[in-house]
Design a protein around this ligand. Sequence first.
Ligand code: BTN
Length: 260
Amino acid sequence: MFNTELFQSALETSWLGHSFRFFEEIQSTNNYLKQLPGGEISHGMVCLADYQSKGRGQYERNWDSQPGVNLTFTLCFIPGKAERLHVLTLTGAWALREVIGDTLAGRVTIKWPNDVNINEKKVAGLLTETIFNGNRLDRVLVGIGINVNQTRFEGELEQSATSLKKEKGETVGRERFLAAFLSRMEYGYQQWHKHSTDLIRGINRNIEGYGKWIHLVVDGEERADRYKFIGVNENGRLLVIDTEGEINTFSYEQIRLVTD
Ligand code: BTN
């Protein structure tokens, strides 16, 4: 079982994760923080479960994770404005990439729009959701699932997924890993909040396909032309140059990248 005391003694953040809720089993940590009354919510709160019976992924998919060996948790932020939230998701992916890069030697990349890969296999995914009170942003939930010590994956995941343990060849301590991630994420959040261009550079340097000729799937349809991927901008829009040399920008919802 996740050792909350060990995690708390390893935690070195100023605020992120100081309020911490652990469940052995819950439907979904995102759902839990979604329904929690405003009075019980705080900026920087983290909810973690050893097992989610209805873990959710992007595009209405399920997020199934072997009980007790991985990390499935949600961060709660109260940023005030519902702006640049896609950059916040990418900041989570960036922080995770950094801490995984410190842990093992493989090629760790951010995969647009919200995954982290090791040697081109998915190790983690992020699901950001917003809660509004009327038209006021109440909270932002960044849900994160990381394959830490799972070594067997079923069906098509056998080819496309990996874990820290598989890549490193040894078990990774979940408590210390989470504490290290939260330190990076706290720094990343502060950078995100002050519109840091270094943060955007850090994301772009590590995003798959950066500087390469790629294909785009726009609103579900793959375009025949190739585009040069020149990263994301301050607002989280994706930038590409077409074969005529024109810069095109796309929003997160519209686009998937196909790299060779
Ligand atoms: C994806 O890759 O599709 C995103 C996966 C996000 C999964 C996490 S696990 C913790 C949090 N609670 C959920 O129900 N989903 C997110």
